[in-house]
Design a protein around this ligand. Structure first.
Ligand code: HEM
Length: 420
């Protein structure tokens, strides 16, 4: 080995050690409190890092925007039951539900099911609901404003996507209340990969059993042809329909994937806009035409879904900017969307929240075949909500210091007390 080669290999070992320390810091209970510092360290030290951490043995961590985007679009890296197992285990009602859930289906079955569910979420379908969504959001915000102060996260932001999806599904007020009780805003604990306890899994099993009964009854009593539920029941792909169990799993993923994600994203964003980035709130108040770019920037700056999982479906030689990387069949990959969204190679001043940022190629909705199916709906909800808040309560201020939860995958604040 030449002197230059041995210096390079010493550098590589040091970088890999720094990256391993960073994964340990990220996986620790306090990791989420200094998330973006850790991401920057990881991206600089070893952007395609193979971990030996006990919670992530042999798992690859991807932190550069370019690699995250390429890997999400590479069909050799898939979702399937192996990813669900990490938090659902292999037995019980919850694991069973996961085995039918769109997000954990491998490529062939995924394409079929996505094709059917997507019928209900095309831009045209979502645009048709716009007036109703707008009315729901304004109603929620008006009743909060009338009180003069509120805990915005749970009283408004959580209710917003849950009320909207319940309306779209055609749920009665009682059924909607049941969805609220069953989902209860605890999804962030279950989805914190590798951390779910046996008690949490048993509670998830009981929840899924009750949910299945509830939605089975809704399917039986379904009368209105203009609901998402009716579309799911009726829609076909080449004459092929979803079974009742598949419809139930579709309703589960629509609520599960659309509820905490949207609420926490707005919660995170508002904690900055009303806190350290108040100047950006004032910019929005002065010029509400910035709301659409502000929504994109909040998604980039601190998204609620911090990472996606994949598993290699075959031995892969991945071509990275530094050269080939061999990833073996069955090895897990964690693509860090939050790290990609702060990559200085793509975003100028990535740690600055700029509501006018343009272009903004963030990856908060993922990419490739599992790209967020609810992206059109989520964007619409967030635009309407932010626009309503900026115009109705320009003087809104924090009534406490929001603190971030110690969950990594599903990021959010504990609460958001505000006064108007
Ligand atoms: C701001 C809010 C949201 C964020 C940040 C978000 C983020 C994401 C991300 C990153 C993925 C990709 C997962 C992966 O590749 O493994 C995803 C998938 C998905 N999202 Fe969203 N989402 C949001 C809102 C919604 C809403 C409102 C719905 C529906 C009502 C929804 C339904 C789905 C579904 C069904 C999938 C699975 C797609 C598939 O497997 O083909 N999401 N979401």
């Amino acid at each position: 080995m030449t002197a230059t080669e041995s210096a390079m290999s010493a550098d590589t070992a040091r970088d890999s050690e720094a990256a391993a320390d960073t994964i340990a810091a990220l996986a620790s209970p306090d990791g989420p409190l200094r998330l973006y510092e850790h991401y920057h360290r990881l991206r600089t030290a070893d952007p395609i890092h193979q971990s030996q951490h006990e919670s992530f043995p042999d798992c690859w961590f991807i932190s550069r925007h370019e690699d995250v985007y390429k890997i999400l679009r590479d069909r050799r890296f898939v979702q399937d039951a192996r990813n669900a197992e990490v938090f659902a285990g292999t037995e019980g009602a919850f694991a069973d539900m996961c085995s039918r859930m769109l997000i954990f289906l491998p490529p062939g079955p995924h394409e079929r099911t996505r094709g059917i569910i997507y019928r209900a979420f095309t831009p045209q379908a979502v645009a048709r609901w716009e007036p109703r969504i707008e009315a729901v959001i304004h109603e929620l915000i008006e009743s909060a404003i009338a009180k003069g102060e509120c805990e915005l996260l749970h009283e408004v932001l959580y209710s917003l996507p849950m009320t909207v999806i319940s309306e779209l599904l055609g749920a009665t007020p009682d059924e909607r209340a049941e969805f609220d009780r069953l989902f209860g805003g605890q999804g962030h604990e279950m989805s914190d990969v590798g951390r779910a306890s046996d008690d949490q899994r048993s509670a998830a099993d009981r929840m899924v059993e009750e949910f299945t009964e509830l939605v089975a009854a809704m399917i039986k009593n379904q009368r209105d042809p203009n609901t998402v539920l009716a579309t799911l029941i009726e829609a076909t792909e080449d004459g092929d329909r979803l079974s009742t169990d598949e419809v139930i799993a579709a309703v589960y993923i629509l609520i599960g994937a659309g509820h905490e994600t949207t609420a926490n994203l707005l919660g995170n964003g508002l904690s900055y806009l009303l806190g350290p980035d108040r100047d950006q709130w004032d910019r929005l108040v002065a010029d509400p035409s910035l709301v659409p770019s502000a929504v994109e920037e909040l998604m980039r700056y601190d998204t609620s879904v911090q990472f996606n999982q994949r598993v290699a479906n075959e031995d892969v030689v991945y071509e990275s900017a530094e050269g080939p990387v061999r990833i073996d069949e069955n090895q897990r990959i964690i693509v860090l969307l939050g790290a990609a969204n702060r990559d200085p190679a793509v975003f100028d001043n990535p740690d600055v929240l700029d509501v006018g940022r343009d272009p903004n190629p963030h990856l908060a909705f993922g990419a490739g075949m599992y790209y967020c199916l609810g992206a059109n709906l989520a964007r619409l909800e967030m635009n309407i909500a932010l626009d309503a808040l900026v115009s109705r309560v320009p003087n809104m201020e924090l009534a406490g210091d929001p603190e971030f939860r110690r969950t990594w995958m599903m990021r959010g604040v504990n609460d958001l007390a505000v006064r108007f």
